[in-house]
Design a protein. Structure first.
Length: 269
């Protein structure tokens, strides 16, 4: 029998969000566990995400251009984390914001807890419409952040019971069943699938004048406008160089990239 003061275990999409939520709980005077997911399901294949996650290991190996350490590879199979959550008797509070990674995390959490729907609650942060660079800030920049106790209390008061656990679980199953490697983005609250090559042309545009451009600048230009992982963008740069449509020189060991790049097409012109 649960006490009248509800206790929660808090789930977030990743380590950065978990740190924010831990600070939020401190401001609220709550001493409760916060668990972070280990993978970003907004990119790559999902077919075995709940069954060993071998394809996820292959995906991240490809993105990084080097084998994962054995301990890191094993972490992609998060059955142990979900066994811990399912075995508890606390209610579960999902914190997620307007980013495909976070919305997908919430869908998957509902699938994992589909036979315990009475436990599932959420704090769903919506896009703020705040200004960014003179235009409305992209929704994926609205992180789950709190600056003071008042903001923490406001976030806490937005928590709600998830009443459509079964529906969200089915939506996760549909995402997982879709074959192929994709970039998943939000269009409003709809999850849209884009090919992994969707932003290749934008990468080329950044260095289209034919001058050598620092590869990190190219990455930054794309990441400023699109909710992608740096690893995915690095992989696309390497693939464009390999295909001969982009040239590279030098090597950035930390990023596993050429130090500088330029559009091969611009040089030819």
């Amino acid at each position: 029998m649960r006490s009248s003061t509800r206790k929660f275990v808090h789930l977030t999409s990743g380590e950065a969000a978990a740190e924010v939520i831990s600070e939020t709980l401190k401001l609220l005077g709550r001493d409760e566990p916060v668990l972070a997911m280990r993978d970003d399901y907004a990119e790559g294949p999902l077919r075995d995400a709940d069954d060993g996650a071998a394809s996820r290991v292959e995906w991240w190996t490809k993105l990084r251009g080097a084998p994962l350490e054995p301990d890191e590879a094993r972490r992609f199979d998060d059955a142990d984390l979900w066994a811990q959550v399912r075995a508890g008797d606390e209610d579960v509070l999902l914190w997620h914001g307007p980013h495909a990674m976070e919305r997908i995390f919430a869908l998957r959490a509902c699938w994992r807890l589909r036979d315990q729907p009475e436990r599932v609650h959420e704090v769903a942060v919506m896009a703020s419409g705040a200004s960014w660079g003179g235009v409305e800030r992209p929704a994926f920049y609205d992180a789950i952040t709190v600056a003071d106790a008042q903001e923490a209390a406001a976030a806490w008061n937005r928590r709600a019971k998830v009443v459509d656990v079964d529906d969200r679980a089915r939506r996760w199953e549909e995402l997982r069943a879709r074959e192929g490697e994709w970039i998943r983005v939000l269009d409003g609250e709809a999850i849209v699938h884009l090919p992994v090559t969707a932003f290749d042309e934008e990468l080329l545009v950044v260095c289209k004048n034919g001058d050598w451009t620092n590869a990190r600048r190219v990455l930054g230009a794309l990441l400023a406008d699109h909710p992608m992982s740096p690893e995915l963008v690095c992989w696309r740069v390497r693939e464009l160089v390999r295909a001969g449509v982009m040239e590279g020189r030098g090597h950035d060991d930390a990023m596993n990239l050429p130090r500088e790049v330029r559009s091969a097409d611009a040089v030819e012109r």
